[in-house]
Design a binder for this molecule. Structure first.
Ligand code: C2E
Ligand code: CA
Ligand code: CA
Length: 828
């Protein structure tokens, strides 16, 4: 077959078409295939250039731009271009061409092929689009995974997921941390058994034991029901683990470290338990009510005091229901209306109140209502019948002599003051001071019980001599005083005095002993011998002194000349004024012992006067005089300064106590003096205790209480001194927040003999304990007394048993010795 014919045949069946161009770049041949592909008649296109056969403007523009470059007598391959078909579609053609040259090198034109790659191209485009979409999906997925990872690894819970073969699918970092997993153990595919083995090897299993744990866990995952386990690990941590099975046989578990939460829960439970325990061991009844007056909680004592059955103590019970029950069983208020209208109403209105309530059954409750922040209130109730009795006893003790039941100096003075008011209106009264002669020898030879019996018998006879309107008092040991009221004439006092002497001097039979004593009486008459209680007493005393020196069993009426003692006193006064300037005062220090630790908690500064002629003078002798003449103020300031300077040298835990006299409060410069003393010595304020007696509070002066608060505000501690003498009213203890009560040594002295004294000391120590303040027993001289004051609940003691007041220079030795004794005692 001729070659040309062969080509014809191939061209006919090829999907490509063939073309030829002459040297002028005009088409000279197209294979017939072109017709099918390009929609043109091959014969009609022969003789045209490529631009001539362009189907439209776009096509022509393309060829105009490329044709010179393309047909520059060089070969080109696989040129792809858009072809605008007559039917309006765009098709993609790919053409290649080869230039032809004659043997002599003359350019003959091009020959080439073309094919339609539209379908191919579309497929490619679709693939590219699919690829792009896939890439986008991949990117999304990656981002999503990252988010998922981040979320997973920032969870506070540990999380792990296992497949049906018990192989790890995924776990987060928290899970790895909780179980101390190394990175190789957190790879997907790690077997659950390996993880379990790792825990057992590293000691991460519950207190119940490793094997038990492994068995438990395996059964939990095999069980295939959701559950939560609390694991208390041997290392102290507590984990809460929740399992959630998955349908394919795997599971998801979350692990939470609840150690702190559990500890907090336990602490709360413990706190609640303690609160309950405290509530139910409280001596007071306590009830907590909400704003509607319903019980939130009440303790056992509350129910006991009001006789409430258990069902009325349940939360939610209305106070009105409780009240109704109380009225029925006799524990309601004796007077209902005032209680309901005042106390109960004010509780509902959120106001605090403190009151005493008498119950129908005769008991008295001390009640306080404290409002709570979010409505409702807390009520505490206390059966105060004992307190009332103790108070009454103390009030009585305060005004009466415990042995004879007679008025004491305090009550006597009060009666004198009342009488002097009547004197001012024209009445005449007499004060008789009576002293037993040689009473001391009765005591010494026959003993104290006989001495006491004698004093009681004397009392009876004295009372028999006087009228109801007169007052008989025992002022001290064997000193009595009688206030004779409504005298018709001054001589009546002398008549009474003689009768008293006669009767008292009659023999006594005391426990089978015949006893005889004498008596002397001194008389002062108001208004002629004075119009002030102290003055009258002093003058009667002066007369008594004269009676005694005149021969005893006599009475004497005060006369001006008896003022000799006044003279002596004036001399003392002069000496005293000089003493401060001459540096004759000195401070002695007496240790105070903390009974709980048996150590010295501080010392009381006690003033001494080194009188050039008389030697050491006791403060009892010169303090009253110093007060009277106003010297107490500079003297008191000297004591403060000196005591603070000395205390600054002591061990830091020791305090110094300084006595203050009422006169120092009357001047307004006490607080500055204290501040100066503290500043000058650099002693910290809480190491200074100021001892005051009730007489300070008796000044009944706002400024005094203000000064006390101011001092306390500085950090200085305030002690109530000599409690039990003077007015000794518990109300004074309530009127100021004292830091300490010092029980007078007269109580300590009689503690063993007199039940009354023990009761008072116990009551005061109890009060001190409930106020959280120190109670100090003064004048402890024997180990028996020490044991007794300790038994009554005193927390501190002072007295010769431990040490007498000592010079400052002896203190280091005292401290060392007392420290050694304390150590020995606590070792014993
Ligand atoms: P006080 O404040 O009650 O002082 C305690 C007194 O009891 C001191 O007497 C002390 O020596 C004495 N005492 C201590 N332990 C015992 C003991 O076991 N048995 C006995 N029988 N007595 C003991 P002192 O030193 O004679 O002081 C008497 C009072 O003088 C003091 O009583 C106090 O009220 C007053 N006083 C002392 N120094 C000052 C002072 O600087 N200023 C003021 N204003 N008064 C002072
Ligand atoms: Ca004192
Ligand atoms: Ca005292």
């Amino acid at each position: 077959m001729p070659f040309a014919r062969l080509l014809e045949d191939f061209a006919e069946i090829a999907s490509d078409w063939f073309w030829e161009m002459d040297a002028d770049l005009r088409f000279s041949y197209f294979s017939s295939r072109l017709a099918a592909v390009a929609g043109v008649e091959p014969d009609r296109e022969v003789g045209k250039s490529r631009l001539d056969i362009a189907a439209n403007a776009a096509d022509r523009a393309f060829w105009q731009a490329h044709i010179d470059d393309l047909l520059a007598r060089r070969p080109f391959r696989d040129l792809v271009y858009p072809y605008s078909h007559r039917d309006g579609s765009v098709r993609w053609f790919k053409i290649s061409g080869q230039p032809r040259f004659a043997a002599d090198g003359a350019f003959l034109g091009y020959r080439g092929v073309g094919c339609d790659i539209t379908a191919e191209r579309e497929t490619q485009e679709r693939l590219a689009a699919t690829h792009a979409a896939l890439q986008k999906i991949n990117r999304e997925l990656a981002r999503h995974n990252l988010r998922f990872d981040t979320a997973l690894n920032n969870m506070t819970h540990g999380l792990c997921m296992f497949d049906g073969e018990r192989r790890l699918i995924v776990c987060n970092t928290r899970y790895a941390e909780m179980y101390g997993l190394t990175p190789d153990l957190t790879q997907p595919g790690t077997s659950y058994d390996d993880l379990l083995a790792h825990r057992l090897a590293t000691g991460i299993y519950p207190k119940s034991g490793a094997e038990q744990y492994a068995a438990d866990m395996i059964s939990t995952v095999e069980d295939r029901t959701p559950k939560t386990r609390l694991l208390e690990l041997v290392d102290g941590r507590t984990f809460s683990v929740s399992f959630q099975p998955m349908p394919d046989g795997g599971w998801v578990a979350t692990h939470e470290d609840v150690t702190e939460r559990k500890a907090a829960e336990r602490a709360l439970a413990e706190q609640n338990r303690r609160f309950d325990a405290a509530l139910n061991t409280m001596a007071q009844g306590l009830g907590m009510f909400d704003a509607e007056g319903r019980i939130i909680v009440c303790n056992r004592r509350y129910a006991e005091l009001y006789k409430l059955p258990p069902e009325l103590t349940l939360p939610g019970t209305s106070i009105l229901t409780v009240l109704e029950h109380r009225l029925a069983v006799g524990t309601g208020p004796r007077e209902l209306e005032p209680y309901r209208d005042q106390q109960l109403t004010s509780a509902f209105q959120g106001r605090a109140s403190h009151y005493r309530l008498e119950l129908q059954d005769g008991r008295t409750m001390q009640i306080s209502h404290e409002p709570m922040v979010d409505g409702g209130w807390v009520a505490t109730i206390e059966d105060v019948i004992e307190t009332i009795r103790a108070e009454a006893r103390i009030e009585h003790m305060a005004r009466h002599d415990a042995l004879t039941g007679l008025a004491n100096r305090v009550l006597f003075r009060e009666e004198m003051e009342k009488a002097l008011v009547r004197v001012a209106r024209g009445e005449t009264v007499a004060v008789l001071c009576l002293d037993l002669d040689h009473f001391k020898s009765v005591n010494d030879t026959l003993g104290h019980p006989v001495g006491d019996g004698l004093l009681k018998a004397v009392t009876e006879r004295l009372l028999a001599c006087v009228r109801d309107t007169d007052t008989v008092a025992r002022l001290g040991g064997d000193e009595f005083a009688i206030l004779q009221a409504g005298l018709d004439k001054p001589e009546s006092a002398a008549i009474l005095a003689q009768r008293l002497i006669d009767d008292v001097c009659e023999p006594y039979d005391i426990d089978g002993h015949e006893v005889v004593v004498g008596a002397s009486v001194g008389i002062a008459i108001a208004p002629s011998d004075g119009d002030h209680p102290d003055q009258l007493l002093k003058n009667a005393d002066m007369a008594l002194y004269r009676a005694k020196s005149d021969g005893r069993r006599l009475y004497r009426v005060f006369e001006r000349e008896m003022d000799a003692r006044l003279q002596a006193r004036r001399a003392l006064e002069l000496d005293l004024r000089k003493a401060l300037a001459d540096g004759q005062f000195e401070l002695f220090y007496q240790p105070l012992i903390d009974l709980r630790t048996e150590t010295i908690s501080g010392c009381e500064a006690l003033l001494r006067w080194n009188h050039p002629g008389r030697g050491l003078v006791s403060p009892a002798e010169f303090i009253p005089l110093a007060e009277e003449i106003g010297l107490i103020v500079p003297l008191g300031e000297w004591v403060l300064r000196e005591a603070c300077l000395e205390a600054a040298k002591w061990p830091r835990r020791m305090k110094v106590a300084v006595n203050l006299s009422p006169a120092q409060f009357k001047r307004r410069n006490l607080a500055p003096a204290v501040v100066r003393a503290l500043a000058a010595s650099a002693l910290s304020a809480n190491r200074l205790e100021l001892e005051i007696t009730e007489s300070v509070l008796l000044l009944e002066d706002d400024a005094t209480v203000k000064t006390l608060h101011l001092l306390r505000g500085l950090g200085v501690r305030i002690s109530m001194d000599d409690f039990g003498t003077g007015y000794s009213s518990l109300s004074y203890l309530r009127s100021f927040p004292f830091d300490k009560i010092k029980i007078d040594r007269s109580f300590v002295r009689d503690l063993a003999e007199k039940e009354d004294c023990a009761a008072i000391v116990r009551a005061v120590a109890g009060l001190g304990a409930s106020l959280g303040i120190t109670t100090t027993a003064e004048g402890v001289e024997t180990v028996e007394q020490l044991a007794l004051v300790r038994a009554q609940g005193c927390t501190e003691a002072q007295g010769y048993l431990f040490s007498r007041p000592r010079r400052a220079c002896d203190l280091p030795a005292v401290f060392a010795e007392q420290g050694a004794r304390g150590a020995a005692r606590s070792a014993a």
